[in-house]
Design a protein. Structure first.
Length: 134
């Protein structure tokens, strides 16, 4: 799970995708003031979350979600990381890519019951350029 999540975060965090991330937030902002647009955006967002939710439901069926974690809430959390990335990109003193990805992977790992410790996983899956010396 965490390997695939990290791969997905790296793939979606490229500078080339920054404009698309900002555009999604822009559409949400515009739709908020236009009821006819809001219904369309809400429908599309719900369908997108349904895809993530289908995976989270499989996790729940297998007993892989920690107690108290609901599939839809996990789906929203994972999608939130993409929206949060836009704010990260606007922050003049934002964290580096590896710090962002490590934080999301660690947090997500704490929501599921996996055999490896998510904090150690994230620490050992940094890119070589960000590993601390020693």
């Amino acid at each position: 799970f965490l390997d695939r999540l990290v791969d997905s975060l790296r793939a979606s965090s490229t500078p080339e995708r920054a404009a698309a991330r900002r555009r999604r937030l822009e559409l949400l902002g515009v739709a908020a003031s236009r009821p006819e647009s809001l219904a369309i955006v809400s429908d599309a967002l719900s369908k997108y979350l349904d895809v993530i939710d289908s995976v989270a439901l499989q996790f729940e069926d297998r007993g892989w979600l920690r107690e108290g974690v609901r599939p839809r809430a996990l789906s929203l959390f994972l999608h939130m990381s993409s929206m949060g990335r836009v704010i990260w990109e606007l922050d003049q003193r934002g964290a580096d890519d590896d710090a962002w990805i490590q934080m999301i992977a660690t947090a997500a790992g704490c929501l599921v019951q996996i055999k490896s410790d998510p904090i150690h996983y994230a620490e050992h899956h940094r890119t070589p350029s960000t590993n601390p010396p020693g």
